[in-house]
Design a protein around this ligand. Structure first.
Ligand code: GDP
Length: 152
């Protein structure tokens, strides 16, 4: 159980990756502070090799996020997965996350396609909306639960 910054039973490093603009910052702020922001001030990408390694080092979980309204962000999941697997331990827990599920009329990636991809790649899968608070808590807690199962 989490009690205070310096007093906890478990400390797991979980990374959030995926193309710029897919909603990583908002998923995190929704989960940690129940906040959402409509303005898009893009996160600076992790580009330099040294920084990439440092970002992934020690990670035991990952949320690999794409945007269900932008198919290219789903196509790039393969590249992110390769980078992740190149930089982390083989038994890292990976959750594929299709975010912006609230934009139903703009959907470009079908749930079944993503589900099939996740099964092939042995990752967990969930669709979320940081805007509507859909499945955000579930996505994070499922990753943490699975990590706990791996380490205990
Ligand atoms: P990041 O670059 O991956 O960190 O993406 P951001 O969290 O900065 O989000 C990029 C843009 O998408 C912002 O304008 C957000 O308001 C918007 N956004 C993020 N999550 C959602 C969502 O679940 N639904 C909708 N409709 N917009 C979202």
């Amino acid at each position: 159980a989490y009690r205070a910054d310096d007093d906890y039973d478990y400390l797991f490093k979980v990374v959030l990756i995926g193309d710029s603009g897919v909603g990583k910052s908002n998923l995190l702020s929704r989960f940690t502070r129940n906040e959402f922001s409509l303005e898009s001030k893009s996160t600076i990408g992790v580009e330099y090799r040294a920084i990439t390694s440092a970002y992934y080092r020690g990670a035991v979980g990952a949320l690999l996020v794409y945007d269900v309204t932008r198919h290219v962000t789903f196509e790039n999941v393969e590249r992110w997965l390769k980078e992740l697997r190149d930089h982390t331990d083989a038994n890292i827990v990976i959750m594929l996350v299709g975010n912006k599920a609230d934009l139903r009329h703009l959907r470009a990636v079908q749930t079944e396609d993503a589900k099939a991809f996740a099964e092939r790649e042995n990752t967990f899968f969930m669709e979320t909306s940081a805007l509507e608070s859909l499945n955000v808590e579930n996505a994070f807690t499922e990753v943490l639960t699975q990590i706990y199962r791996v380490v205990s």
